[in-house]
Design a protein around this ligand. Structure first.
Ligand code: C5P
Length: 456
């Protein structure tokens, strides 16, 4: 590995030991030896684009996947995996001690084990031992390795010690196999790091601060995606919802320090740091939401719930012929539908009953609904949204315009947040679903009833 003689930043070595509270935020990006090492290059860019000073510390195995020149070019700094390079600068102590944040992505099973047991056999493990700043590990490995009792115990040890171990995402792994163990998307790891920095004590002035968000520490449940109502083992009734808005809401709430449960029927990558509950049908969504809502401070129903489901479920595939080798049926089958529960209205009803029973006017979560609407001859988008708000009885309603090619599956949207009286609290857009989510949480922050923390 090459180590250029001088730092391209032009900074003097002594400046490297400046206290973390002055100057740019110092981020150490550790990279473990997994195939997901290439994603760390994107994570590096997210930090440098934020103005952070990033030192990359790969393991020797990581350099087999992505070489030192890539890290050096992207970070503008020399890169080594050994404690024996530039010894006069005492890198094995200096890099960790002067960091504002150490993030390791991907953290392999081997790296988790070495970190849990306090090994100091390369530069990265030395950095982990000397760091006194928040440490975030983003594991990535095959499901079997992630679920092995040794890894489970190592993760528990690290978490007990205050290390933030991000839950890996579920999805496609290196080969054709799928399951938990995938490195979360770089954007999600970056957002989790910012959230952790926000809630840690040593926050530098440059850090985007959500520390004062009233959402920090609140339990938030968000539903996302369109439900699928099965007709037979092969077919279902569904809708065009992608789930992107619900996922963006979950990610933004996590960035504001909330404890987020995402109940989803979509198949997008898990937002880092969310507790994810997977559902398929409206009735599964209903039972997951009513269970999660019991412990929640805020519930947001962003899911597109099917209003109807097939009355009968055929245990075997509905045929179009009388049987194998026989002629086709004359008539197409008629599918009878029955109503699904209105989950949002049910959550509001359960909360009313709780309030009546306990006599506590603020018992239960704040409840936010969504209204995907189109204007028509009987009224515009807001007219229909106000009627829906009155019907559902929720605390806030987020209205957005839908139609052919608008909103569903797209990245941009326009949202209007309505208060119970029907007044528009704010409008955001056309903008990204991430920015729309920030606007929704701004409105929730204004409206949320901040209660004393509940007993566990
Ligand atoms: O009635 P409509 O589907 O337009 O209402 C939209 C809002 O109600 C959304 O928040 C959606 O998640 C919720 N909803 C529900 N249960 C249904 C239908 C919609 O919770 N069966």
């Amino acid at each position: 590995m090459t180590t250029p003689p001088a730092e391209p930043t032009g900074r003097e070595p002594h400046e490297e030991s400046r206290p973390a509270s002055r100057g740019r935020r110092r981020v150490v990006l550790g990279v473990g030896g997994g195939i997901a090492a290439y994603k760390a290059a994107l994570l590096l860019r997210l930090f440098t684009e934020d103005g952070d000073d990033v030192t990359v510390v790969p393991t020797a195995a990581a350099l087999n996947f992505v070489g030192a020149p890539t890290w050096e070019a992207l970070s503008g700094k020399p890169v080594s995996d050994r404690v024996w390079d530039r010894v006069e600068q005492v890198p094995h102590v200096r890099i960790g001690k002067s960091a504002d944040l150490v993030v390791v992505a991907p953290a392999t099973a081997d790296l988790l084990a070495r970190a849990a047991h306090g090994f100091a056999d390369d530069l990265l493990t030395n950095v982990l031992l000397t760091a006194r700043c928040p440490v975030v590990l983003a594991p990535a490995m095959h499901t079997e390795m992630w679920e092995h009792p040794a890894t489970v115990a190592n993760v528990a040890t690290l978490r007990d010690r205050g290390v933030h171990v991000v839950e890996p995402a579920s999805g496609r792994l290196t080969g054709a196999d799928t399951g938990p163990g995938r490195l979360p998307e770089p954007e999600d790891i970056h957002a989790a790091c910012l959230a952790i920095l926000d809630t840690s004590r040593d926050v530098t002035p440059q850090v985007r601060s959500h520390r004062d968000s009233v959402l920090a520490g609140l339990r938030i449940v968000v539903s996302a995606g369109g439900t699928r109502e099965p007709l037979d083992p092969v077919r279902y009734l569904g809708n065009r919802s992608s789930g992107k808005q619900g996922y963006a809401l979950a990610a933004e709430a996590i960035a504001r320090g909330a404890d987020v449960t995402l109940v989803t029927s979509a198949s997008l990558p898990d937002p880092a740091g969310a507790h994810v509950v997977r559902v398929e049908t409206a009735r599964e969504l209903e039972s997951a939401m009513s269970a999660a809502a019991q412990q929640a401070d805020v519930v947001v129903m962003a899911a597109a719930v099917a209003d109807f489901r097939p009355a009968e479920y055929a245990e075997s595939k509905i045929k179009k012929t009388h049987g194998p080798g026989e002629e086709e049926l004359d008539d197409a089958p008629v599918i009878r539908l029955v109503r699904n529960p209105d989950i949002l209205a049910g959550l509001v009803r359960a909360r009313r009953e709780l309030r009546d029973r306990t006599g506590e006017a603020t018992a239960g979560p704040m409840i936010v609904g969504f209204a995907a609407e189109t204007g028509d001859s009987s009224g515009d988008l807001l007219h229909h949204a106000r009627a829906k708000l009155a019907r559902k009885g929720c605390d806030l309603l987020v209205a957005n315009e839908v139609g052919a090619g608008v909103v569903f599956g797209q990245d941009d949207t326009t949202v209007h947040v309505l208060a119970p009286g029907g007044e528009v609290l704010l409008t955001a857009g056309p903008t990204t679903k991430a920015a729309a989510s920030a606007a929704v949480w701004d409105a929730v922050e204004e409206a949320v009833d901040v209660r004393p923390p509940r007993a566990e």
